[in-house]
Design a protein around this ligand. Structure first.
Ligand code: NDP
Length: 454
């Protein structure tokens, strides 16, 4: 697939883009490296002022930016507009807090003075996915640029207009052109970029294959990476839980972004005693969701982003049905133009079926029944991934065991997993490494310099 805007609701190709030539790419990398030298010494107050302005631009034009996202990747417009607002939040968060997060830290030693100083690394490459086309970029760019780095964005090939719009927003906000640039290039040019001495580190959000490939290229050059990859988050509901809240949140947690979120709840692990009721209510709520044109404000579920995502999801569902899983609702692509897949529920998933391990990137819920907490934790951890986990209980002992024993980068009790600028975000196991957001996120792409003065 080339670099293009293809409306996932209709399949229509709306705009195609030429990839940068080698000369154009070289000019952008050179500009980034030159800009870093002038940009890094600027005071926090200047950088913050540009981020506050970027936040204002985002908010003022949130409908237009939201429509662009919906047009290119199909998320419901309401959610797209909310995403733009969240981007404004992360811009202001780091504008407010970066000076504190990166202030010198005095450490008492045998020196007359010893301290830690946080300094920028240089040009950072961000390889980003289409599922949250604005948010993923802003949550990288706000901390990275506040820290004094400059950014190069290689966005997913199906959201080129979002990529260009983001660079334009930052330029309008006042950042020098070389502080943040979009590279319209295919993924097969990334390894060469990682070999370029001027690029000091990289971050990637996307599939395991893409992450492994970027990390291998970076590893050859001893360059740091942050990887935020897939997830198959558990959503555990125990007997003492508030069932109304657990069921209604389950629907949002699974179907958010048309089901295409790394931290979506994917495996619902429910105590036997309440499993029949949970299952019945989930089926009713899935059946009531409005699937349709993502530009309509009352649509709950729009099309999947690409025909490939649709066919991969459908193949996984069919494979598991053949392996013995029971289909309770949905389970076939909708017979209409666009990449539409209905809300789907699979139950009675046999041991050994691929649903125990695979990530379902679409609105498909997998239900597992468990006799007790031990088994719930065992199933929750029986996955190659370790991104987030949500667990529902009103028993303090159960809560404490879940917090302690779940293998994931985040555990949310009685709530759905979500990202928040104030909290670190990232995974363990095959979900990746490193953290975004919070004070931890801004310290990923800095030189943590030890200073010791006699
Ligand atoms: P990819 O991982 O292929 O795409 C994400 C980004 O990585 C894009 O910018 C892509 O560029 C780039 N990329 C692709 N291959 C490489 C590579 N070898 N080296 C470096 N960068 C690369 O995701 P897909 O869109 O293909 O989705 C496939 C699956 O990935 C989904 O079904 C889902 O499981 C997972 N995924 C997870 C996401 C998350 O939030 N964790 C987000 C998106 C996908 P280009 O578009 O040009 O190929």
């Amino acid at each position: 697939m080339g670099i293009a805007t293809i409306n996932p609701a209709t399949g229509e190709t709306l705009k195609t883009f030429e990839a940068l030539t080698d000369e154009q790419l070289e000019a952008k990398v050179a500009l980034a490296a030159r800009t870093f030298e002038q940009y890094r010494p600027l005071p926090f107050t200047q950088k913050a002022q540009w981020w506050y302005k970027a936040a204002d631009i985002l908010e003022a034009d949130r409908e237009r930016f939201g429509q662009l996202m919906t047009l290119e990747m199909g998320k419901p417009l309401k959610a797209a507009i909310a995403e733009v607002q969240k981007c404004a939040l992360v811009c202001r968060y780091y504008a407010d807090n970066a000076p504190t997060f990166l202030a010198d830290e005095i450490i008492e030693t045998d020196a007359s003075k010893s301290f830690i100083r946080y300094q920028p690394l240089g040009v950072i490459l961000a390889v980003m996915p289409w599922n949250f086309p604005f948010w993923q970029v802003f949550r990288f760019a706000a901390p990275a640029l506040m820290a004094g780095n400059v950014g190069l964005l290689k966005h997913a090939s199906n959201v080129p207009q979002c990529a260009l719009a983001i660079a334009e927003i930052l330029h309008q906000a006042g950042f020098p052109e070389g502080a943040f640039q979009t590279l319209l290039i295919p993924a097969n040019r990334i390894a060469d970029l990682m070999a370029d001495d001027r690029i000091r580190a990289a971050t990637l959000t996307g599939s395991e294959a893409a992450g492994a490939s970027l990390a291998a290229a970076a590893g050859k050059q001893i360059k740091k990476t942050v990887l935020e990859l897939g997830g198959s988050d558990p959503y555990i509901v125990l007997e003492s839980a508030d069932l109304d809240m657990a069921v209604s949140t389950a629907v949002t947690a699974r179907t958010i972004n048309n089901g295409q979120s790394c931290i979506a709840a994917k495996r619902f692990i429910v105590a036997e005693a309440i499993a029949d009721e949970f299952e019945q209510r989930l089926i009713e709520k899935f059946a009531a969701l409005k699937v349709g044109d993502p530009m309509q404000l009352d649509t709950d579920i729009g099309p999947l982003a690409t025909p490939d995502i649709l066919s991969e999801l459908d193949e996984l569902v069919q494979e598991n049905v053949q392996q013995g899983a029971k289909l309770r609702i949905g389970g076939q692509p909708l017979d209409r133009p666009g990449n539409y897949y209905p809300p789907t529920i699979l139950t009675q998933i046999p041991p050994g079926a691929s649903a125990n391990e695979a990530e379902f990137f679409g609105p498909v819920a997998l239900l597992f029944r468990v006799p007790n907490l031990d088994r719930a934790i065992e199933i929750a951890n029986a996955t190659p991934f370790g991104l987030g986990a949500s667990a529902w209980t009103n028993d303090p002992q159960e809560r404490d065991r879940l917090i302690c024993e779940i293998e994931a980068g985040a555990v949310f009790i009685n709530g759905m997993v979500k990202s928040d600028p104030r909290l670190p975000f990232g995974g363990i196991k095959r979900s990746g490494y490193g953290r975004e957001l919070g004070c931890q996120g801004i310290r990923e792409f800095v030189n943590i310099k030890t200073v010791w003065v006699k």
